[in-house]
Design a protein around this ligand. Structure first.
Ligand code: ATP
Ligand code: MG
Length: 691
């Protein structure tokens, strides 16, 4: 007999099937992590297109991050192969907002080519309006305005209701900030949701157009929508209300950005015929991991009783790793991953290291590079992608390889040294005709006919500087007249950075704070390079080749290379990995300390502390539930914050997971990294090369 949806629901449990097949009105799936909510969305898309005759053009699925959107598109592709899924919209709220706004720009007084400001651009505008360079103040004003925009609060109301000092500060410039954006024909990120919502509200024709286009809407991670996004969902779906939202109140982690769990309650009042489906089986994690997650989240007040179970077996014990400091932590995690991949016979992609704060990534990245472990990073910029790090690495790349034209261009022009676009254009044309690299072209006689004296001089001066460095780094001169030098890498690196005047360049180009933090990154980079050279006895040339090798491994990031995933907890939402390492599970970091922004009223401060801990707890819950088979937690007894060593305690969440913290004997405890390394070298009977 014909069973509707049999093929797309074959791998689903009864509750999931119910949610997929339900088309009589709005539907909400409310369930814990790993229970197959996202799977309901992908199967429902397949059902709508494959069996109900919906055109893909009429289906829109929304998520929060680009990563989650591409993951979802990928899953849909596997149930709707080939051209079947062509025309589907699977995107973030923001990219849908951009699309809608480009098409309807005129209705809100924008040109279709309006520009989108990132948060730094927006900050620069606020800086002008407030006539201050105090970054902390600017950021909190920006944040406050953002909350208003997301809450659909207009300047008038903001002025009337501003309560704290920051709010009054922000209210003063909110209106002029908005007017400035209009004058620039620009929008900020919040406008990408706010303006479409307003537009659909005010213009009936546009609303009808979009409502007839969006015949079915699906929303993932519904618990993290803000007022604006909720409004947009309502307007897009209209009175027909054909939509499915899935979410988990225990994974709401964006309250600080204005998301509100009340949206869950609102659905039930705004749509009295709302169908609510709950899922209880977890298909992701082994029982130990699930039990730990449940035990943590139990301490939060709950909306409704949720009992998740799993039949994936008990699993390995969760391992807690106390570490001396963040370097030891990073080194240890990298080593465990390296060994784990071998022992478990799995791939790099099966491992993820998750952390609370972006700044934790740098040391982790360096440790992974030391062991030549490929990785990708999300939820923040890679240390090695920062402009100042790339600047200096471009010199090193050029020193190692004359043929590296992109490195040549970057190094020759940063800091400025009289080599401009005109010079490079002349040089490039000449090199192109001669089929040689830019660097080699500098020294050719023929170039003299193509460039004015002054430009030629600047180029050759730069060229011979690089040659001197190449020689000191351990390369012979091209004519082999001078043998390679064997200087250690450290002093050469210092001389290089001093010779190009990089520190002064930073302070001349950026404001004090930015320059300081960039310079700190340079110091960190140099420190890492020198340590690496010393520990492994590498010459600068070998060191540079090592660095270049890892850069190569990173290429082709689009096609999901086999790499360990580094991610903030926020950016890991919705994703899953066989083996998860949570780094920095310490009081002050997770839960995060945050700012003491509720000055004055102790009652309010206590209340906000409570809410904050609850949000941090949900973040911990998200972190734990990313793991499928194994989970490691590490914490540092000391951590460096702005040159100070701070003593740390293990996070309360470890206890809440039901793990008793016995003092763990660390074989290497008490040894400095240098001593540890010495011990290792002695063991390998391989003394390091010395200069
Ligand atoms: P999160 O709350 O973390 O976003 P989720 O509820 O969206 O989790 P999914 O990512 O959809 O959960 O599913 C978790 C895992 O379980 C996925 O690997 C998915 O393929 C698998 N899964 C979901 N439903 C089933 C099922 N009925 N049978 C087998 N595997 C399933
Ligand atoms: Mg999901």
């Amino acid at each position: 007999p014909f069973v509707p949806g049999a093929s797309v629901t074959a791998g689903l449990n009864a509750a999931q099937r119910e949610a997929v097949l339900y088309l009589d009105g709005p539907c909400l799936v409310l369930a814990g992590a790993g229970s197959g909510k996202t799977r309901v969305i992908t199967q429902k898309i397949a059902y709508l297109v494959g069996e109900c005759g919906y055109s893909p053009r009429h289906i829109v699925a929304l998520t929060f991050t680009n990563k989650a959107a591409s993951e979802m598109a990928h899953r849909v592709q596997s149930v709707l192969p080939g051209k079947q899924g062509r025309g589907l919209t699977i995107s973030t709220f923001h990219s849908l907002g951009v699309r809608l706004l480009r098409e309807e720009a005129a209705l809100v007084g924008l040109k279709p080519q309006f520009s989108i400001l990132d948060s730094d651009d927006a900050l620069a505008i606020l800086q002008d309006l407030l006539a201050t360079t105090d970054k902390a103040r600017l950021r909190s004003v920006q944040h406050t305005i953002s909350l208003w925009k997301n809450g659909l609060i207009e300047p008038d109301e903001a002025e009337r209701t501003a309560a704290s000092a920051t709010e009054r500060d922000a209210a003063k410039v909110y209106r002029s900030y908005r007017d400035t954006l209009v004058a620039y024909q620009a929008v900020d990120f919040d406008d990408l949701i706010r303006l479409p919502a307003r537009l659909l509200e005010e213009h009936a024709q546009a609303r009808e157009r979009w409502q007839s286009r969006v015949r079915y809407l699906l929303v993932d991670e519904y618990q993290d929508t803000n007022v604006c996004q909720y409004r947009l969902v309502r307007l897009l779906t209209g009175p027909r209300a054909m939509f499915t939202a899935v979410g988990d109140d225990d994974q709401a982690i964006y309250a600080w950005r204005g998301a509100t769990i009340e949206n869950l309650a609102k659905l039930t009042t705004d749509y009295p015929n709302l169908k609510v489906v709950k899922l209880e089986q977890n298909y992701r994690s082994v029982q130990r991991i699930l039990a730990a997650a449940n035990s943590v989240i139990e301490r939060n007040p709950k909306l409704f009783e949720k009992k998740l179970w799993s039949d994936l077996g008990v699993g390995e014990p969760i391992v807690v790793l106390p570490q001396d400091n963040e370097e030891a932590e990073a080194e240890n995690l990298a080593m465990r991953i390296s060994a784990g991949r071998f022992e478990r016979r799995c791939e790099w992609r099966d491992f993820a290291i998750l952390y609370r704060s972006n700044h934790q990534a740098r040391v982790l990245e360096q440790a992974l590079r030391n062991l030549k472990i490929p990785y990708t990073i999300s939820g923040g910029q890679s240390f090695f992608d920062k402009a100042e790090v790339r600047d200096l690495l471009s010199y090193l790349r050029l020193i190692a390889n004359d043929e590296d034209d992109p490195a040549f261009i970057r190094a020759a022009t940063t800091p400025k040294r009289g080599i401009g676009q005109g010079t490079l254009h002349g040089l490039g044309t000449y090199a192109g005709n001669r089929q040689v690299s830019l660097f080699c072209a500098i020294f050719e006689q023929g170039l003299e006919a193509h460039l004015p004296e002054r430009q030629l001089y600047a180029l050759r001066e730069f060229g011979s500087f690089v040659q001197r460095m190449q020689w000191r780094a351990g390369r012979g001169t091209p004519d082999a007249q001078t043998p390679a030098s064997s200087e250690p890498a450290g002093p050469i690196l210092d001389d290089l950075v001093a010779a190009i005047g990089y520190e002064r360049y930073l302070y001349d180009t950026f404001d004090e704070r930015a320059a300081q933090s960039r310079w700190q990154n340079v110091i960190d980079l140099l420190g890492w390079l020198k340590r690496k050279a010393e520990d492994d006895g590498l010459s600068l040339m070998e060191l540079v080749q090592h660095v270049a090798l890892i850069t190569m491994l990173e290429r082709g990031e689009d096609e999901e290379p086999d790499a360990v995933k580094l991610s903030t907890l926020h950016a890991s939402k919705g994703l899953e990995y066989p083996h998860v390492f949570l780094a920095g599970v310490e009081e002050g970091l997770l839960p995060h300390q945050g700012k003491d922004d509720e000055e004055g009223d102790p009652e309010r401060a206590a209340e906000s502390l409570d809410t904050r801990i609850q949000e941090e707890r949900r973040l911990m819950y998200v972190g734990i539930t990313r793991a499928q088979r194994s989970l490691h937690l590490s914490w540092c007894k000391r951590r460096r914050r702005a040159r100070e060593d701070i003593v740390r305690e293990p996070s309360r969440f470890i206890k809440e997971m039901g793990i008793e913290l016995a003092p763990v004997a660390d074989a290497n405890a008490g040894m400095s990294p240098k001593e540890r390394l010495g011990a290792l070298k002695a063991l390998l009977n391989r003394p390091g090369k010395t200069a």
